[in-house]
Design a protein around this ligand. Structure first.
Ligand code: CP
Ligand code: NVA
Length: 258
């Protein structure tokens, strides 16, 4: 099952195709069409859906909803993006890095822009795998201190994008206004000036630096057209790898469980 309460192109389609490639079926459930939109409790929904499904991916706003679903469900619950995290994205992004560089060893990743859900999952990945991550964010848009808590010296926060990309193997960015932040868009566009990933910034990194963006992208905002479409850009391979990674994840969670 795929229960989504926010828009999606890549995550939804890649999960559906991945399950089909494994010989399974998917049910897409817009949360608004379920009884959850009429206040059926998460704990009831989770137990009922566990009777029908083998696995459920949830895309929503509150991280607490996914965690409550996981507490009550007897099937695996996959976080398909919340306001706080986007773990599947980083799994497939790391697959892309490994494919392009051969290894995740001695990796330096720069994150430029908003300290958002995707940044939070990069922080978690760096903490688990031990690679170097430097995040350059405007002061009001740094990652949540809850996520930063306990981070070692390998994960650093700066305010200067040029400092962050020095010797970077990967430059990563994402939109300045995420889903649910539409009303802040005007203010954010002003606050993020100077944080665009463009040719001038990329020239300060290693010559073979890989440019990553989970997509959807806003050209001329967080990333220039030239860089997004340039030969260092990995964005469409990232998008493809979501399908392969989701296939592996479903195999592990569903078939591997039986
Ligand atoms: N990268 C990503 O999660 O894209 P969608 O919002 O299209 O699923
Ligand atoms: N940070 C973005 C990622 C979209 C895949 C958002 O949450 O809208």
């Amino acid at each position: 099952g795929l229960m989504f309460d926010k828009a999606s192109t890549r995550t939804r389609v890649s999960f559906e195709v991945a399950m089909g490639r494994l010989g399974g079926q998917t049910l897409f459930l817009s949360k608004a069409d379920t009884q959850m939109s009429r206040d059926e409790p998460v704990k009831d929904t989770a137990r009922v859906l566990s009777r029908y499904l083998d696995v459920l991916a949830v895309r929503t706003y509150a991280q607490a909803l996914v965690e409550e679903m996981a507490r009550w469900a007897s099937i695996p619950i996959i976080n398909a993006l919340t306001d706080m995290y986007h773990p599947c994205q980083i799994l497939s992004d790391l697959m892309t890095v490994k494919e392009k560089r051969g290894t995740l060893d001695n990796l330096k990743v720069a994150w430029i822009g908003d300290g958002n859900n995707v940044a939070h999952s990069w922080i978690n990945a760096a903490r688990i795998l031990g690679f170097k991550l430097v995040l350059a964010c405007p002061p009001a848009y740094t990652p949540d201190p809850v996520v930063m808590k306990g981070c070692g010296r390998e994960i650093t926060l700066v305010t200067d994008p040029v400092e962050a990309v020095q010797d970077a193997d990967i430059i990563n960015t994402d939109v300045w206004a995420s889903m649910g932040q539409e009303k802040e868009r005007g203010k954010r566009l002003a606050d993020f000036q100077g944080f665009q990933v463009n040719a001038s910034l990329v020239s300060k990194a290693k010559p073979d630096v890989l440019i990553m963006h989970c997509l959807p992208a806003h050209r001329s905002e967080e990333i220039s057209e030239e860089v997004l479409e340039g030969d260092r850009s990995a964005v469409f391979d990232q998008a493809e790898n979501k399908m392969h990674l989701h296939q592996a994840l479903l195999e592990m969670l569903v078939i591997g469980n039986k």
